[in-house]
Design a protein around this ligand. Sequence first.
Ligand code: FES
Length: 261
Amino acid sequence: MSDNTNTGVLTGALATDRKDAWWLGPLLTAIGLGGFGVYSTIRAFANANYEWGPYLSPFYSPLITIPSLNGLVGFKVSPAFLILWAPAGFRATCYYYRKAYYRAFFQHPTACAVNEIHGKAYGGETSFPFILQNIHRYFMYVAVLFIGILWYDAISAFFFPAADGTKHFGIGVGSLIMVVNVLLLGSYTFGCHSLRHLVGGKMDCFSCTSFGKAQHKTWLGVTWFNNRHMLFAWCSLFSVGFTDFYVWLCATGRINDYRFF
Ligand code: FES
């Protein structure tokens, strides 16, 4: 840290007057997001052990396999890559995550009232490449569809295949994990800032429109999740990774799924 005593303005990379642990948040974010990035990339490339019994890893859902594609590109394409662009794009352009990874990875800026490393002031998201972040609202539409698909998977996780090809209702630890996962993912998705704007954030007067009352209620509901957006962003990130990990544990025979009945 250096100090320009003539002006009293601190200069130099990461110079600041702050006495608190301003570096802790960006550091934890880098560890969390970096760890998830490495794990999910390995699992997406693995192209194996993503199904067990009625459980399907969320990294591979919906499961799309196009055998002719493999012949076209000359290698076996992991089905994860056919769908992961949607949740990855949704998270990468999320308003909360943008703040988190600009600070953790780009140091742009690392924290409030802390000098930038680059010496170049943050220029906002009005020019390339950051202007592309505005695509977030479109990822949001796709993310809402994915919640429906993951609910289908979570309900299917209660119907265990029998040897004769039929399916029987049952509850395993994995069934519950998949339900919790989709609940957390839904809580994250339905707290999206773009969705909040769509359902009512753009309105000046709820009582002036025909469905104003219903719209106001919806907006209040989305606002409840929106106020906890960071919490659900992290909980759902952890749960989606853990759900995949649990399926992998079962599929590789490392554990036996406990069945309540
Ligand atoms: Fe975070 Fe839309 S702002 S998901």
